[in-house]
Write a protein that binds this ligand. Structure first.
Ligand code: GRF
Length: 220
C-alpha cells in the first residue's frame, strides 16, 4: 500500500453556492487536472433550486441542499447544519461561490483562515451588492474581481488575488458583468490552488492528521 507523506494529498474543498454555479463549474474543471492541488468533495446550497447543485451532481460530486428557511431566522442553527455537512465530508477549505448569505461570527471563527470568497469587484471598491452598476456609475475605467479570505467584515478580508478588466464605452451592467465573470472563472481556480498549496505546506510542517489554521497567503 502506498503511504502518502504528510501534505501530499489533495486538499478537500467544500463549495457553498446559492445560485447558478458558474464559478463552481470552473473549479470542477480545474480540479480535473491531475496536478491540481485540491479536490471538490462537497457542494452545499442554502437554496434547494440552486443550479450549482445540479452541476455538482452531474460531475459526480456530493451535493446537499440545506435550506435556510426552516431555521426561521436562527442563522447560527442553519450554519451548524452546514458546518456538520462540511466536517462529515472531511472538508479542509471552504470556497464560497455566489453564496448569498452573510455568516454569523460563529461560522467565520469556525472556518477562520480556511474559508475564501470570490467577489465581483476590485476590492476595496464596491463591497456588497450591485457592484457592476456601481462601477459604471462611478465612471471607473477598470473593474474586476477579487478572491479574499473571509473575515467578519463583509468583503473585507485579506486579498489572495485580483483580476481586472476594462470598462468599455457603451457597457451595460450585463456586458460588464459578463466580462468580469470570464475573469472570475480564471481567477478563482488559481486562488483555490494557492490556498490549497498553502494548506498542504502547513500540513507538512505540522505532520499528517493535523490541520492548524492556515497562514494567510500574501498577494501573488
Ligand atoms: C459571481 O459574480 C461571484 O463573484 C459572486 O456571485 C456570483 C456567482 O456566480 N459572489 P455563479 O453562481 O458562480 O455563476
Amino acid at each position: 500500500m502506498t503511504q502518502l507523506s504528510p501534505g501530499s494529498g489533495r486538499v478537500r474543498v467544500g463549495v457553498l453556492v446559492s445560485g447558478r454555479g458558474s464559478n463552481l463549474a470552473a473549479l470542477i474543471q480545474a480540479a480535473q487536472h491531475p496536478d491540481y492541488p485540491a479536490e471538490i468533495v462537497l457542494v452545499a446550497a442554502n437554496a434547494p433550486g440552486a443550479g450549482g447543485l445540479e452541476i455538482a451532481r452531474s460531475a459526480g460530486i456530493g451535493a446537499v441542499a440545506i435550506d435556510h428557511r426552516p431555521f426561521k431566522g436562527d442563522r447560527e442553527a442553519h450554519e451548524q447544519a452546514i458546518d456538520a455537512a462540511l466536517r462529515a465530508a472531511g472538508v479542509e477549505l471552504v470556497a464560497l461561490a455566489g453564496y448569498m448569505r452573510i455568516f454569523t461570527p460563529w461560522f467565520v471563527q469556525a472556518w477562520r483562515d480556511r474559508m475564501i470568497n470570490i467577489h465581483p469587484s476590485l476590492l476595496p471598491h464596491f463591497p456588497g451588492v450591485d457592484t457592476h452598476a456601481r462601477a459604471l456609475a462611478a465612471g471607473h475605467d477598470r473593474h474586476g474581481c477579487t478572491v479574499h479570505w473571509v473575515t467578519e467584515g463583509v468583503d473585507a478580508g485579506p486579498v489572495i488575488g485580483q483580476a481586472d478588466v476594462p470598462v468599455l464605452d457603451g457597457d451595460t451592467v450585463e456586458t460588464l458583468a459578463a466580462r468580469v465573470l470570464t475573469a472570475e472563472h480564471r481567477l478563482y481556480p488559481q486562488c483555490v490552488a494557492l490556498a490549497a498549496r498553502s494548506l498542504r505546506s502547513q500540513r507538512r510542517m505540522d505532520g499528517a492528521g493535523s490541520l492548524p489554521n492556515l497562514r494567510r497567503t500574501p498577494d501573488p
